[in-house]
Structure formats: C-alpha cells, structure tokens
Ligand binder design. Structure first.
Ligand code: HEM
Length: 450
C-alpha cells in the first residue's frame, strides 16, 4: 500500500536538529520534533539545550509511569504551560498534594457515577445530530461540531443550573487560554522559570481571571442551594473528601479542578471524535459496518448507556482513532535521579518524553502501524497495555478515561446511525501537535442521510 492510500500523517524529521530549528518546529508543529526513527527504535536521545530521551518501549513506559512514579514527576514544561490556568490542581500537582486530591476526586469518576452522567451525553448527542442534520448535503467542519458537543457535556456536568454561569464566556476564555498560552515557546522547551513573562500568556490572563471569578460564584451558589437532583461532578466533588485525612476542597481548589476537567476533558474528547469521523470517511467499508451496528442497536434513538454492550465495533473505531491520532500525543517527565532506560544512561535532570504518537506508530509494536484497522482492538487482551497509552497509565492515568470513552461511543454511534460521512477532495486535515494533536483547518466532511 502506498502512502496515498493511508490516512494523513506528519512527515517526521530524519536529521539531527539544532536549537534554532527545534524552536522553529515547535512553533510550527511539535510533532515535527519527533524523529522518524522514533517509530522504529525503543529509545532516541539527544540534546537541545537540555539532555532529552524519547521512550517508545512498553517495559520502560511501565517503569516511568508506574513502578518509579516518584522518580519521574511531570516535567517543568508541562507545569509551566498549565499552571496559570488550572493552578495546583490534580493534573499539575505532585506528591502528597496530588495524592489527596486524587483520592478526593476518584469517587466522582467511579463506574456507577460515570454511568449516571450518561443522559447528559445522550442529550448532547441528540442535539449534535439535529445540528448536523440541518447541514445535510453540505461539507461540515466536524471538529467544530464536536468541540461544541463535548463542551456542552462537560459544562453540563460541572456547572449545571448555575444561573450565573455563562457557558459561552467560559468557552471563549478556555479557547483563548488553549490557543494563546498553550503554544509551546522556546523558553518552555529549554525550561526557563515560570516568572519569565510569556507574551501570549499575558494576553489571555484577563479572560482567565474573569472565568475563575465566574466559576467561584457558581460554586458558592451550589454550596448554598444544595445538590442537583442528579448529582453532577460539582456535587460529587463538593461531597468528596480524602478518605485518609478527611480533607475537603476549598472553593479555589474545587474551581481549579473543575476547570481542569473542562480543559483536559472537552477538546481531547472532541479530537477523538473528529479523528474517528475522518477515519470512517476514509474507509467506507468500515463506515458500512459501523452504520449497520449502530442502526440495529439504536433504531433511530440517540445512544444511551444501555446500548454500549451492542456498540462494540464503534468502540473499536474509537480505540483505533486514539491510537492513530492520540489527542495527548506527548507526555513529558523530568528524571529526579540517575537511571537506565533501555540500556541508555539517564542523568538526574534529563527530560524524558513519551511521544505517544510515535509509540502508537512504532513498527516494533504495531504491524503496519500507519494503516487504519479497528479490528486490532477486537480482543482488547491482545493489546500490550504499555504499548497503547492514549490515557497514560499508572497512578496518574487519566481520571476521565471511562467518562471520555463512554461519551465518544454515545456520540459517534448516534451520528453514524443517521448519517453518511465522506471526504472532501483537497481538504484533508493536517495533524498538528500544540498541546493536543489537532487537525489543522478542521475536519471537513460531506454529510448525507445514511
Ligand atoms: C479522549 C479524551 C481524553 C484523553 C485522550 C485524555 C488523556 C489524558 C492523559 C494522557 C493523561 C495523563 C497525562 C500525563 O500522565 O502526563 C490525562 C490525565 C488527566 N485527565 Fe484526561 N484525557 C481525556 C479526557 C479527560 C476527561 C473527560 C477528563 C475529566 C472529565 C480528564 C481529566 C484528566 C485529569 C484530571 C488528569 C490528571 C490525572 C492525574 O494526574 O491524577 N481527561 N488525560
């Protein structure tokens, strides 16, 4: 099969790069920092100001993410990018401060609670199908549609009913934050301290301030009014306490965590959906199978949690989309002590990266890795757990993974049961990694009734 018959990918670099070139590439597309050999080797090391290693080996991943967690905290780059928006919340905190927040938040994401939130997802899927339906016969940017849909879900499960909560204003502020502040600057890559002002970040600051104030008001209002009839994430977090110490979150801690869920949860899930739609449009035979499964299971309804057991192929498509275009395509850690990874010397202070995009397309781990084949996931037990890390793994695995998968399957099944999506010639999306792996220019597909 030649490349023209494969879904879009990024040409990875084949030569050693200096700091200036890295700076240029990071501004353009962080994915272009990943050398092509990272899809063939277990580890690639280099020095760009700082010593770094890219690791694409399941055993080493297990060591970094699980067994030696304390030796590999999230890197300063990650924290510098995220802290101005979401404070010392679950995503950014380390050690004891991370641990108690994780223990307090975990029950909110228990299988029972995630299932109880499904009606919000079903309602958003129904509204998305109605919006898409009005555009039948035209090319539609499905990425924008999916961002709108997942934002509805996450804002409905965080701040439902908050009269003073202006959903559009929060969405605008979050987008400004992601667009402007998350662009990785050269200062971030070489690890300059957080107090060095970053121009773009300063521009987004006023929007963030008013968003935080709005969230604080919504939280205080909920404290006064008591829980909603079906508890949402805010109610569950308000109730949450660290079982070991009894500590509960303050308003500021609650707000930082809820904003974290919004930032970490909506664009990532929208990306999974947009890439999945691109892939099914790419492969009409897969789309036929997916439509048949969804139409038989749903009979014209929007999908709900009870339908999930009959939507196995839809789930495989989501799994494969997360392999080929992992929304969080790049995890980054700092080594706190000397170590050896894949036989390579790691020194204290080295940056250790897990380029998930390259791991998921590594030829040693995946046969024909650039090919779209949802049947790879027919038997989930056949997948090497640390070769497939769309949600990370170990104690810091994504707390929202089952929430995101449930939401993605509900929305994708609803859309594929009703519509047929086809590619628009000349409008292929280009994968670009900023903080997440985004389709530059959107995912434009032609929509027709199925
Ligand atoms: C397809 C959608 C999603 C993807 C691909 C994704 C991916 C990830 C990844 C890779 C990590 C680990 C980062 C690292 O180890 O450096 C993570 C952590 C996290 N995610 Fe997600 N995520 C998704 C959806 C969500 C949702 C829906 C929520 C919340 C509602 C969420 C909340 C979080 C939080 C709070 C963490 C930090 C957990 C901790 O450090 O204890 N994510 N996510």
């Amino acid at each position: 099969m030649n490349d023209a018959e494969l879904p879009v990918q990024v040409p990875l670099v084949t030569e050693a790069w200096g700091i200036w070139q890295s700076f240029q590439a990071a501004r353009r597309n962080l994915l272009e920092l990943i050398p092509e050999i990272a899809t063939r080797q277990p580890i690639v090391s280099g020095r760009t100001g700082k010593r770094w290693h890219m690791v694409m080996d399941p055993a080493a991943n297990r060591h970094i993410l699980r067994d030696a967690l304390a030796d590999y905290p999230k890197s300063d780059v990650t924290k510098l990018i995220l802290r101005p928006g979401i404070g010392e919340s679950l995503f950014v905190a380390e050690g004891a401060h991370w641990h108690w927040q994780r223990r307090a938040a975990a029950p909110a994401f228990s299988p029972r609670n995630v299932q109880a939130l499904a009606p919000v997802m079903t309602a958003a899927a129904q509204r998305a199908a109605e919006r898409v339906g009005t555009q039948a016969g035209r090319a539609v940017n499905l990425f924008d549609e999916m961002v709108a849909t997942t934002f509805e879900v996450i804002s409905d499960v965080t701040f439902t009913g908050g009269e003073r909560f202006d959903r559009d204003a929060v969405h605008r502020a979050i987008n400004a934050y992601i667009d402007q502040t998350a662009r990785v600057s050269l200062l971030d890559i070489i690890g300059a301290p957080g107090w060095v002002p970053r121009l773009a970040r300063m521009r987004a600051a006023p929007a963030m301030r008013s968003m935080k104030a709005m969230a604080d008001r919504a939280i205080d209002q909920r404290r006064d009014s008591g829980p909603s009839p079906v508890p949402d994430l805010l109610d569950l977090l308000l109730e949450g306490e660290d079982p070991e110490t009894g500590r509960r979150m303050t308003t500021a801690e609650l707000r930082d965590n809820l904003l974290t869920f919004i930032v970490a949860g909506h664009e990532t899930t929208a990306l999974a959906l947009a890439w999945a739609l691109y892939l099914v449009a790419f492969d009409p035979a897969v789309q036929d199978r997916a439509h048949a499964e969804a139409a038989a299971a749903l009979q014209g309804r929007a999908a709900g949690v009870a339908d999930l057991p009959r939507l196995k192929f839809i789930r495989q498509i989501v799994d494969e989309a997360l392999r080929m275009y992992p929304p969080a395509a790049f995890l980054s850690r700092t080594a706190m002590r000397a170590d050896t990874l894949c036989g390579r010397e790691v020194r204290r202070g080295d940056t250790v990266m897990l380029p998930i995009y390259a791991l998921h397309r590594n030829h040693r781990l995946w046969p024909d890795p650039h090919r779209f084949d949802p049947d790879r996931f027919q038997d989930p037990r056949a997948i090497d757990r640390f070769a497939y890390l769309p949600f990370g793994d170990g104690p810091r695995i994504c707390i929202g993974a089952s929430f995101a998968l449930q939401e993605a399957v509900i929305i994708l099944a609803t859309l594929l049961s009703r519509f047929r999506f086809s590619r628009v010639p000349g409008r292929e999306p280009k994968p670009v990694l900023i903080l997440t792996l985004r389709p530059q220019g959107g995912v434009w597909l032609k929509v027709a009734p199925a």
